[in-house]
Design a protein around this ligand. Structure first.
Ligand code: EPZ
Length: 485
């Protein structure tokens, strides 16, 4: 059925009205029907992207203010994306709560719509926290296209993960090789090998992975990943839910986002044992059903703001933050001298202006120190009282922020996968350029502590993964604003 050139359809199409009763069952109240829209209308963080143009807005920061107050942590991008993709596994509605308003979420909505998923977004109720997440209903009543074309997939690596559910449910998929942040070569060999273990036949044709499950579907098997991969674990786990027999995934990623997806799949009727461990046992079922599931709070956003407070000083409650999902980073921040404690409603971060101790860090799969906080931590260490070694072990090209941090006057030397950061007495505001998502926010952290004005250019990377960043920070006292491009 591949249908390479299909275009997006309307959210609630006329040929799919049967989805409505199910939507109502799923909790979409009648009073809010008129607010169900295909796309979030109140605020569009992905401004400029629907027609393919990149957002050229800039962020202006005047550094030097302490951060004080509260920041609401949004739903995790890296949990929301695979959860959205899992909607392809069932004909019934999957209701996701606490979905963040991000450019990557919007891009994935377009990709899912192309496969035939109907998407309905609830409007915000008057009494809801204005920083609260979205409730979105995904209904893949009928998969109308098993091709994920280059134009849609090339900007976001996670969109490649549709290959798992499509193969499991439709027994075929044609998916463009992925793009995403330029932080390394990022191959897909583990995915393809894992799917082959489940009986898939795979060819590469014109930049597309063409996968088929002959003999009536995938067949459960043992899949041992040579290295921990979050995306390959998501993909093979989703595929295995509808395979015949039992699949055992060894050396599975244990990131909380994998557990979040596994719990959603279980709510949809999947049989999965070993959730949150490195061995997942999945007993295939013939079909999955609809469910309601909440996206977990974003641990990387939490860690990022914790580092921002560590950088500027102050006292901020990160509402919704959970130390359990961030222990390695919390331990490191404590060792630098930052005061962090779990409270009932979130994580409190305080620094009273004492010097920051240099602490060495090596990135590792969960529960290790996350690679997605490496750039932010490097920004923090530019103001330490000594020298810290930061070793990146996950991606081979994730030091692109070093050259930009140098514009603030940072002292960083790179030797292969090791960056040596020597603290400097002051950072000076600068014109800098965002290069990838987490690198971008490291520049914001540096700007918050720098003397004078900083302009961060190319912030479309930030909009991919940080919801209303400038608003969250300015509410805590930062001088930060978006300048339209
Ligand atoms: C996920 O990427 C995250 N993305 C990344 O966050 C995160 O940095 C990464 O996991 C590691 O935690 C999402 O969740 C959407 P991997 P993923 O497969 O799944 C190698 C962000 O900023 N590898 O765990 O793509 C790979 O090259 C993003 O939010 C293979 O060699 O990462 C890397 O070295 C960036 N072959 C390592 O494994 C494969 O087939 C781990 O990558 C697959 C991966």
């Amino acid at each position: 059925m591949f249908q390479k050139n299909r275009v997006s359809r309307n959210a609630i199409s006329s040929d799919n009205k049967q989805a409505w009763p199910a939507l109502l069952d799923a909790g979409v109240s009648l009073g809010y029907q008129r607010n169900i829209v295909q796309r979030q209308i109140s605020r569009d963080p992905a401004k400029g992207t629907p027609d393919g143009k990149q957002n050229m807005d800039r962020i202006r920061i005047v550094g030097g203010n302490e951060l004080n107050g509260e920041i609401t942590i949004s739903g995790a991008k890296n949990a929301a994306l695979p959860l959205m993709i899992s909607s392809l596994l069932t004909a019934e509605p999957l209701v996701l709560e606490n979905v963040p308003r991000l450019a990557d979420v919007k891009q994935l909505e377009r990709i899912l719509e192309n496969h035939g998923v109907d998407i309905a977004v609830n409007g915000r109720r008057p009494d809801e926290d204005d920083m609260g997440g979205q409730r979105i209903i995904f209904t893949a009543n009928k998969i109308v296209d098993t091709c994920a074309p280059y134009e849609l997939v090339s900007t976001m690596r996670a969109s490649f993960w549709v290959i798992g559910p499509l193969l499991a449910r439709e027994h075929e998929a044609r998916v463009s090789l992925p793009g995403g942040c330029a932080i390394g070569t990022r191959p897909v060999d583990f995915y393809l090998e894992g799917l082959k273990q489940l009986g898939a036949e795979i060819d590469i044709e014109d930049g597309y992975v063409v996968a088929k499950a002959p003999n009536g579907g995938l067949i459960g098997n043992r899949v041992t990943f040579p290295k921990v991969s979050v995306g390959a674990t998501h993909t093979v786990m989703m595929a295995a839910t509808l395979a015949k027999g039992t699949t055992i995934i060894e050396n599975a990623a244990q990131e909380p986002e994998v557990g979040n997806l596994a719990r959603c799949l279980v709510a949809m009727g999947a049989k999965i044992d070993g959730i949150d461990t490195s061995t997942l046992t999945i007993q295939g079922v013939t079909e999955l059903h609809g469910a309601t599931h909440e996206v977990l709070p974003d641990r990387i956003e939490t860690g990022t703001y914790a580092m921002a407070v560590a950088m500027t000083g102050g006292d901020v409650l990160l509402k919704g933050g959970n130390v359990k999902n961030l222990q390695a980073a919390v331990d490191v921040l404590k060792a630098t001298g930052v005061d962090i404690s779990q409270e009932k409603t979130g994580i409190r971060v305080r620094r009273n202006g004492n010097g920051l101790q240099p602490v060495d860090v090596e990135t590792n799969p969960f529960p290790g120190f996350p690679t997605d906080l490496q750039a932010q931590y490097m920004a923090l260490m530019t103001r330490s009282t000594g020298t810290a070694n930061i070793r990146e072990t996950i991606f081979e090209n994730r030091f692109m922020h070093v050259a930009e941090l140098a514009r603030f006057g940072a002292d960083i030397k790179v030797d292969g996968q090791l960056a040596t950061v020597t603290g400097v007495p002051e950072l000076r505001g600068a014109q800098v350029m965002a290069t990838d998502l987490r690198a971008s926010v490291s520049l914001v952290i540096a700007g918050l502590a720098a003397n004078g004005e900083t302009i961060v250019n190319r912030i479309y990377h930030l909009d991919r993964g940080f919801e209303r960043l400038e608003e969250k920070l300015s509410r805590c006292g930062a001088t930060i604003e978006r300048i339209s491009g």
